[in-house]
Design a protein. Structure first.
Length: 119
């Protein structure tokens, strides 16, 4: 994924975002590639900031668990590989199960787990 490396590196986000326009004007990115590059930039910047936070909290940040849809998890897994971070994929329905548990605790959902989301 292009853009991740730029996002992981130093620099201003606004400057890097406008860099996508420059890359397109210089024919280093096609118009169709700009969105993918910007997505990579944003994910890379998110990972850079998360790594900074983890180090400040004395976490090594060498391993993360991803929760989400297949397409988004694939993008984050690729970006995390570029950042030398090990990835563990959570249960496919982890987010839904977490929200369901919150709803059960709040008394607004049936406490029996639907068969199709059991681990």
């Amino acid at each position: 994924m292009r853009g991740v490396e730029r996002g992981l590196g130093p620099g201003s986000l606004a400057h890097d975002m406008f860099g996508a326009r420059t890359l397109a004007l210089m024919d280093e990115l096609s118009g169709a590639e700009v969105a993918d590059w910007l997505s990579g930039l944003m994910i890379g910047r998110e990972l850079r900031n998360a790594r900074t936070w983890a180090h400040r909290q004395h976490y090594d940040g060498a391993r993360v668990r991803l929760i989400g849809g297949d397409a988004l998890v694939a993008r984050y897994a690729a970006a995390l590989a570029q950042a030398d971070v090990c990835v563990e994929r959570a249960h496919t329905h982890a987010a839904a199960l977490g929200l369901w548990r919150i709803a059960v605790q709040a008394g607004i959902a049936n406490p029996s787990i639907p068969q199709d989301v059991r681990a």
